[in-house]
Design a protein around this ligand. Structure first.
Ligand code: CTP
Length: 429
């Protein structure tokens, strides 16, 4: 099957020219270049995907070096892996030397040696990801599809290439479900059986690799579907026995998305995922997935705050009291609690939810209008005295006792006149 016409229509002109240029330079070096993996799958499905992966039969790094010299590309080469990234203004291209892989033991990273395109395709995860399109002058556009990926695309099937696939690399268990849910496909019968059989092999995968796959899942459009399906298949408890994929997660993830804060979203999902965990559960999870210090703090804060929510369940709380109760927590942890506590009845109550929202949308941004320099001009000396005055001003502003700069000046001068020595420690701490 020849896809030359489809490629011409699918790729943006600039990218098409780049790819042809690379292929031309490769031909002069006696090398062959192919488009592989996700882009071939997505081209056949008609989904946009301009993250191009090119496989080179021959040394991809040398080819990329030559291409970088003759173009505006920035080169990032990994000699050890035989891979290179070419970064252009609008695109990046990944080039990899065609490789043969062998797994010394399940879950280990594979031993890699240079190989042919066929070797490179057989090491891949699923038939729909194991296709290539030739970019050579003689057979430009020819589809290379030894595992019938195109047919599986037609039948909407996720199929592994051989019976050891999941045990060689159990991250494929997570990948299979991610593709299944993303594309609206099904696991092919034998693939599903082998996936279930090999779920214990997830234990052979390092925390970093599991976390990476979980991050990819959480970056998807509807991660709750993947989580639910992993639970149904029995894979979720293998990551942590405390995880669950029930309707609660689906509803809360949906709320998280509706905040429309895409940068915060993955961390927020992580905080919601562990919302029902015990302290022991969360520590096990953080260690198993080797979660970064920053995200670990947010996740621990989520649970710590959850246990303190009853303190916020009082309608008489002043804004400054709410502020001092919440300021020590990571905002994403507060957000997770706000989402989790958004219940119509039962505990935590709507008052709690309202207070969390008030902090997130307003209180945390409240600043005094007067700064240190201006206070100095009013005769307040730098050091502990100024610190205290600023704190009182801030508290007064939070509680709406002052609103203008003039109000603040008046208050600051009255504090000075009092020879201000009271200790304005946070009221509820
Ligand atoms: N791959 C694999 N086994 C893995 C990870 C990746 O065989 N554990 C192969 C697949 O053939 C995949 C390719 O490496 O197509 C590139 O991996 P990745 O970038 O994760 O997938 P893409 O298909 O490029 O991206 P996506 O599917 O997320 O669009």
């Amino acid at each position: 099957m020849n896809l030359a016409r489809q490629i011409e229509q699918y790729l943006p002109q600039q990218l098409l020219e780049l790819v042809k240029d690379i292929s031309g330079q490769a031909a002069k070096r006696g090398q062959r270049v192919y488009l592989v993996g996700g882009v071939v799958r997505d081209l056949l499905l008609g989904y946009p995907n301009f993250d191009l992966d090119l496989v080179v039969e021959g040394d991809a790094v040398k080819l990329a070096q030559q291409v970088a010299e003759t173009s505006q590309a920035k080169l990032l080469a990994h000699h050890r892996f035989g891979t290179a990234k070419l970064r252009y203004e609008n695109f990046t291209l990944d080039l990899a030397t065609a490789r043969k892989e062998t797994y010394a033991r399940p879950g280990a990273l594979p031993a890699v040696t240079p190989g042919t395109l066929k070797n490179d395709l057989v090491r891949r995860d699923f038939s729909i990801n194991a296709m290539a399109i030739s970019l050579g002058a003689n057979d430009y556009g020819e589809l290379v599809d030894p595992y019938h990926g195109k047919s599986d695309l037609g039948y909407h099937l996720i199929r592994i290439l051989h019976a050891r696939s999941f045990s060689d690399d159990a991250t494929r268990i997570l990948r299979a479900v991610r593709y299944e849910q993303r594309l609206g496909f099904e696991l092919e019968t034998q693939t599903a059986q082998l996936l279930k059989r090999d779920i214990p092999m997830l234990d052979t995968i390092s925390g970093d690799r599991i976390r990476h796959e979980l991050e990819l899942i959480l970056k998807g459009k509807r991660p709750e579907f993947v989580i639910k399906r992993l639970a149904e298949l029995g894979a979720l408890p293998r990551i942590s026995p405390f995880l669950n994929g029930d309707g609660w997660i689906a509803e809360k993830f949906d709320r998280a998305r509706r905040l429309k804060k895409p940068n915060q979203l993955p961390s927020l999902y992580f905080c919601l995922l562990i919302y029902s965990f015990s302290e022991r559960g969360i520590e096990q999870f953080l260690a198993r997935l080797n979660i970064s210090a920053k995200l670990s703090r947010a996740m621990r804060d989520t649970l710590r705050l959850k246990t303190r929510l009853p303190l916020l369940d009082k309608s008489s709380l002043k804004p400054s009291e709410i502020y001092y109760l919440l300021r020590e927590y990571e905002p994403v942890a507060i957000q997770a609690n706000a989402i989790a506590s958004d219940e119509k009845e039962g505990t935590p109550s709507l008052i709690v939810h309202h207070h969390l929202q008030l902090f997130l949308t307003k209180l945390r941004y409240v600043r005094t209008s007067l700064n240190g320099e201006e206070l100095k001009k009013l005769g307040i000396s730098a050091g502990p005295e100024m610190g205290k005055v600023l704190q009182v001003l801030h508290k007064a502003k939070l509680d709406g006792e002052v609103s203008t700069k003039a109000d603040e000046k008046k208050l600051a001068l009255s504090l000075k006149a009092l020879d201000f020595h009271t200790d304005p420690e946070p009221p509820l701490e």
